[in-house]
Ligand binder design. Structure first.
Ligand SMILES: Cc1cc2nc3c(=O)[nH]c(=O)nc-3n(C[C@H](O)[C@H](O)[C@H](O)COP(=O)(O)OP(=O)(O)OC[C@H]3O[C@@H](n4cnc5c(N)ncnc54)[C@H](O)[C@@H]3O)c2cc1C
Length: 412
């Protein structure tokens, strides 16, 4: 029995299956996932789940009955180990082989490991899956002194959660500011202050060079500067790596992820990829990129599902990210890399502001703290290629929605 086989049962994989069905795909649909649990939400794992504000059942994306009613066959707790392009089959670790007409690889990404002496000690944790989060939650209850390696989204969210739980937290970040590649210096500075207020000690421009232990358990983190920090728990958040090995071994083109076109299709007809594991040309970035966000996984999964059902739509979503730390909602729309001008709207002191990024006069991104309305408008502006003058974007006396009426001739 052929049909559609999807490898990876998370945001991208589930979306592919649902979108294909919604568009009228009538053949069998099988989604294979190596994790045992039903597909679940990852973002709360570093936030509400660690704080016990959300429990495991509330994380589930869709229940069993939903998949059954959409005739989507979930094969969970099974790892796909090989793609045979000639035979059009996927081999599972248990020995089963699944025939496919169309295949989608939605294998996501995994946490990058830290490679320093002592990195294998007990008490050094990563956070990618529900299993990791359950383990980390248990350890947080026992811990006192926590070192978080990495001042990116995951590191800062874990730091905020751990601090809220009453732990002593130190964050080690190699760059000179937090979230360097994602937000403006203004937002970096604002977040640094927020963490300091919560008692989190953030060390910028520092690297971890070793970890030492007692009886196999973490005891100290050694920094490049020579500083030694006591730690009974270390959480490493230094980025992720695309799970593209299955694809590259099958001869599919990979370059920091599986290379796909605007429909999520690889160079091989009938084989697609979507989500964290895929690399695509993004017109908003004007380069080939691999994105790591729920919005991206779902939107790219959707176009792949539609294409498989014969209904072609281009992937052309404005990138969006969010992060919750303490009572702060950070939202980002667009990609601010290579921006050459920024303008602030709102009040940094009051903790409600947005930073609009311009590149050669063109609006390319906006970072907002607790200003969701600005995000909605910025998304529409960027999607339409409308660039209001920076003075207008920064002028709070102007209704933000009026910017949508900016003259389209200002488009660069
Ligand atoms: C703690 C945490 C917090 C986050 N917070 C946010 C946030 O606030 N906002 C945001 O936008 N994004 C956030 N993200 C990122 C977001 O979760 C990812 O971008 C998103 O999950 C990507 O979805 P995906 O379907 O591409 O891949 P994944 O969610 O990584 O899923 C891939 C699935 O494929 C499975 N798999 C891999 N290889 C195989 C194989 N060979 N056989 C079978 N199954 C396989 C994996 O086990 C996994 O279940 C967060 C991520 C984490 C870990």
């Amino acid at each position: 029995m052929s049909g559609l086989v999807v490898i990876g049962a998370s945001y991208a994989g589930v979306q592919v299956a649902l979108s294909a069905r919604d568009a009228g795909y009538a053949e069998p649909v099988t989604v294979v996932g190596e994790e045992k649990s039903l597909p679940y939400q990852r973002p709360p794992l570093s936030k509400d789940f660690l704080l016990n504000e959300v429990r495991e059942p509330q994380l589930i994306l869709r229940d069993d009955a939903f998949f059954k009613s959409n005739r989507i066959d979930l094969v969970l707790g099974q790892r796909a180990v090989e793609i045979d392009r000639q035979a059009k089959q996927v081999a599972l670790a248990g020995g089963a082989r699944l025939d496919f007409d169309s295949l989608v690889i939605a294998t996501g990404s995994r946490a990058r490991r830290i490679l320093v002496p002592g990195a294998e000690l007990d008490g050094i944790c990563y956070l990618r899956s529900l299993t990791d989060a359950c383990d980390l939650k248990g350890r947080l209850e026992q811990a006192n002194e926590i070192v978080v390696v990495g001042g990116g989204f995951i590191g800062l969210e874990v730091a905020a959660s751990a601090a809220k739980l009453g732990n002593k937290v130190t964050v080690i970040e190699a760059a000179s500011r937090l979230l360097e590649r994602a937000v403006s210096t203004i937002v970096s500075r604002f977040l640094l202050d927020a963490h300091a207020r919560a008692g989190v000690d953030v060390r910028l421009g520092e690297t971890v060079v070793a970890m030492t232990g007692h009886d196999g358990r973490i005891a100290e983190v050694v920094l490049g500067s020579g500083t030694r920090l006591r730690a009974d728990l270390v959480v490493v958040g230094i980025g992720v790596i695309a799970n593209d090995e299955l694809a590259s071994t099958a001869g599919l083109k990979c370059c920091n992820g599986i290379v796909v076109n605007e429909h999520g299709s690889t160079e091989v007809p009938g084989i697609y990829a979507a989500g964290d594991c895929a690399n695509h040309y993004n017109r908003f970035a004007d380069e080939w990129i691999r994105m790591e966000s729920v919005q991206h996984a779902q939107d790219q999964g959707r176009v792949a599902g539609l294409a498989i059902a014969g209904s072609h739509e281009r992937y052309d979503s404005v990138p969006r990210f969010w992060s919750d730390q303490y009572d702060l909602k950070l939202q980002i729309v667009g990609l601010s890399g290579r921006s050459d001008q920024v303008v602030t709207r709102g009040s940094v002191e009051d903790g409600r502001f947005s930073v609009f990024h311009y590149r050669q006069g063109r609006l390319v991104a906006a970072d907002s703290i607790n200003r969701p309305g600005d995000q909605m408008v910025a998304r529409r502006l960027i999607a339409a290629g409308i660039s209001p003058a920076p003075e207008q974007a920064g002028d709070c006396s102007l209704d933000i929605k009026s910017l949508l009426k900016a003259d389209e001739k200002t488009v660069a």
